[in-house]
Design a protein around this ligand. Sequence first.
Ligand code: BG6
Length: 304
Amino acid sequence: MKDSDLQALTTDTNNISLTNSAELYRSAKPGLPLLVIDSPLCNAVLSPYGAQLLEFKSKGKAPLLWLSPKAVFEQGVPIRGGIPLCAPWFGSHPTDSHKPNHGFVRNNDWIVKSIEEFSSGEVKLDFLFDTQDTEAETYDYCFQIKLSMTLGDSVKLALTVVNLGDDEMPFSWAFHSYFAINDLDATRVTGLTGEEYLDQTKALTPCTQVNDVAFTTEVDRVYQDIGEEQSIRCDREGITIASIKGSSCPSAIVWNPYSELAAKMKDIGPNGHLQFVCVERGAIFDDIWCIKSMSSMTAELELQ
Ligand code: BG6
């Protein structure tokens, strides 16, 4: 999407301005265009590339999301942090290992269809991704994704996927949320106790989540057909850092690379794992969506 189109969309808004990652994060030029929100209810930064919320802080609260200080702002590279959307597949492509991990919508420009400011102070942005408008047309299926973000006291995400092709379309996806933490040893994810999971660090070995999820080594777990709500807590301080509520998001993925893997990942780096945990919600593995021709499916997620 052209900067001039984005400029036109933000001209009449009170609380939203257009900037660039090279300016805001001193990233390499030319960088990527970014939208900055300073509304009565929240501060946020968004990238139309990937339709990705990068930063979010409701007024009077701590930042909800983690954006890597080493994030790369460059076409073709996913931005590490915030809420990337993984789709239309999760992890590696089922048959072609050359295709990008977690699909291609986080690595592509989206169109910002509209921006609305409400008297409540909430700001709503509508993003559109259409396979017909991108280089992604080498994909076997033709689809549109509409992603609405309503930012106020919380982050409300609404995802609608429309299958524009003649055949039923498999569609795996996840909101890959990076939550900011500052005490990994004391961080726990609640709401998954007793659930079965597949351990991605052990070739998808099936396991049972006995207690709340703790982080003492690499954690990479896929939970399927789970309940709607989870939370991230800091046990030492006895506080809830984040609440996660999904509707039609049957899967959860909990990920922290821990020290060894984080140090190897250029856009995380040594000790970067101490700053975030990912609790993702979506529809993957056996929970995959199968969308009939010319039909759509919808999901919602609220984070606060
Ligand atoms: C998680 C996966 O969702 O994303 C992990 O479960 C993966 O296996 C992680 O390592 C990060 O993936 P990427 O492609 O953003 O480096």
